[in-house]
Design a protein around this ligand. Structure first.
Ligand code: ADP
Length: 173
């Protein structure tokens, strides 16, 4: 695997509009759908994604996908080729779970490499329903991508709102 540093691109928008090889889903461990990014991906991607997720649950992931891990499915009707599902940690003020959030980005890139993907779109994992503060979530995302060896050439962070976009700009600078 030849690895160079991927270009990091920030986009303000909806992750389901992206034409990258991989779209990363901020999933929950059930893999059977949820709100936020997860809901949007299943709505736009159609039933083929859920069908693949059910097969994963019937096989290797009978107890669900553990937090910090990543697994690929079809992207169904999305423009991307694959969806890589990863489960972010729920933010806690008592316990430092940042290693798990780091793992989400690193494992998603590892799966993308296995697939031969050249471009990957990430949402700001854990910063929605799971409550991770956006500035810290952005810092971890950018630092992890910069520290990970990968053949992926473009990592695109797709930020839904102005505050998330600004936080990633700060983290990149
Ligand atoms: P989590 O459960 O990991 O917190 P969410 O899907 O609730 O995941 O939110 C993750 C981030 O993605 C939040 O910053 C949220 O604002 C953002 N988001 C929600 N929907 C979309 C979308 N369609 N495209 C890109 N980002 C989105």
């Amino acid at each position: 695997m030849s690895t160079t540093q991927p270009a990091i691109v920030l986009v303000r928008g909806d992750i389901t509009d992206q034409d990258t090889d991989v779209i990363v889903n901020a999933a929950n461990s059930s893999l059977l759908g949820g709100g936020g990014v997860d809901g949007a991906i299943h709505r736009r991607g159609g039933p083929a994604i859920l069908e693949d997720c059910r097969k994963l649950r019937a096989g290797h992931y009978g107890r669900g996908l553990p937090t910090g891990q990543a697994v690929a499915t079809t992207a169904g009707e999305l423009a991307a080729r694959w969806v890589v599902h990863t489960v972010g940690p729920v933010h806690s003020r008592e316990e430092d779970r940042s290693a798990l959030l780091t793992s989400c980005y690193r494992e998603s890139l590892r799966v993308a490499d296995e697939l031969g993907a050249r471009s990957v779109a990430f949402p700001a994992i854990s910063t929605g329903i799971y409550g991770w503060p956006i500035a810290d979530g952005a810092r971890i995302a950018v630092e992890t991508v910069r520290a990970t060896r990968t053949a992926v050439e473009e990592v695109r962070f797709v930020l839904f709102d102005a505050a998330a976009y600004a936080a990633f700009q700060t983290a990149l600078a």
